[in-house]
Design a protein around this ligand. Structure first.
Ligand code: P6P
Length: 329
């Protein structure tokens, strides 16, 4: 009989000790199950298309962005586990409602990453990160903790099946939702990223905006054996980070959303606190590497809740190669 998420997390907590966040993880899983229902109903419940609002990124919010943000925020606020919540979809940290107990943790999340895919039925996901709250009335500065301080990093993937993948610093484990019982069941214990790969993921339409080291690396992948590499490469681009990272966890690969000069005010597209950091925690715990090209992402001291960073993550030997090109090797 495969282990449930509950059994696994309780055993992991018993084995490794540390802050007991098992109940927080259970509630997050419950909330992701509800989001899966909303996403899977899609067009059936008229939630496709755009809402009237915009988020801080200046992106027009899809109805499901707003709906999933409301679900995730409400479900986790009422637990009393958190002193504060922060989301890609909200400009400022969410103020825990009066009368609700404030806990010792912070939850930072992208409730529906890759949402531009939802209308065309391509996998999307929820990305989340749990941090320790320094006090019960956190200001923005209290959220701005480097990735190495995360207690948990994880994602839910709403794909051909709904999965939860997470780490609390003791390896990476994947759980699949059994829609008949409503339970997340351990299906991918001890996920590890192969150190080598022949698959890279990047949005090639931005090529003219990349810096030279990324240009060089991608050109060599495209040329393969004709360009001096020892193998030929495949390319993938789903435009859904959760789907890309999941594929890399399952079979290796390198994912890049590097610095580009398309918009000099942005250091890249992906957000540090609720995309790059939780995914970097998972990737590193699975034996991979996650870098901006110049520094380990998990060591960045955040300077803003919605700060963007370049992201190059995945199979160690390939990411190390991209980093070496940034060092002029
Ligand atoms: P582009 C989704 O909007 C996202 O934040 C990531 O999930 C994804 O990897 C990236 O942006 C896709 O960006 O420029 O290819 O649309």
């Amino acid at each position: 009989m495969a282990k449930s998420l509950q059994e696994f997390i309780v055993e992991e907590q018993r084995q490794h000790g540390g802050p007991d966040i098992s109940a927080l993880i259970f509630e997050i899983a419950d909330s992701c199950r509800r989001i899966a229902v909303a996403v899977n109903r899609g067009a059936l419940s008229g939630v496709m298309g755009y809402a009237a609002s915009e988020n801080i990124q200046g992106e027009t919010q899809k109805k499901l962005d707003v709906i999933t943000n409301d679900i995730f925020t409400h479900d986790n606020e009422i637990t009393g586990f958190y002193a504060g919540l922060a989301s890609e979809e909200m400009d400022d940290p969410y103020e825990i409602s009066a009368g609700i107990q404030r806990g010792d943790y912070l939850l930072v999340y992208d409730p529906l990453d890759g949402s531009s895919n939802v209308d065309v039925n391509i996998s999307v996901g929820t990305i989340f990160s749990i941090l320790k709250a320094p006090n019960k009335n956190p200001a923005v500065a209290d959220f701005l903790q480097p990735g190495v301080q995360q207690l948990c990093g994880g994602y839910a993937l709403y794909g051909s099946s709904t999965m939860m993948v997470l780490t609390t610093g003791h390896g990476v484990n994947g759980f699949t939702l059994d829609v008949e019982t409503g339970e997340f069941v351990l299906t991918n214990p001890g996920m590890m990223i192969p150190a080598d790969t022949a698959e890279f993921a990047i949005n090639m339409s931005n090529r003219r905006f990349w810096e030279a080291p990324v240009q060089r690396y991608v050109e060599e992948c495209v040329k393969g054996k004709d360009g001096g590499r020892e193998k030929n490469f495949n390319m993938r681009w789903v435009a859904s980070m959760v789907a890309e990272v999941h594929r890399i966890l399952c079979r290796g690969g390198v994912f890049m959303y590097p610095f580009d000069t398309k918009d000099p005010t942005k250091a890249g597209k992906l957000r540090l606190m609720y995309e790059a950091n939780p995914m970097s925690f998972i990737v590193e715990q699975a034996g991979g590497v996650s870098s901006t090209g110049r520094q380990r992402i998990m060591e960045i001291q955040p300077n803003g809740l919605h700060q963007r960073v370049p992201v190059i993550l995945g199979s160690k030997n390939e990411v190390d190669r991209v980093v070496s090109y940034h060092q002029g090797v």
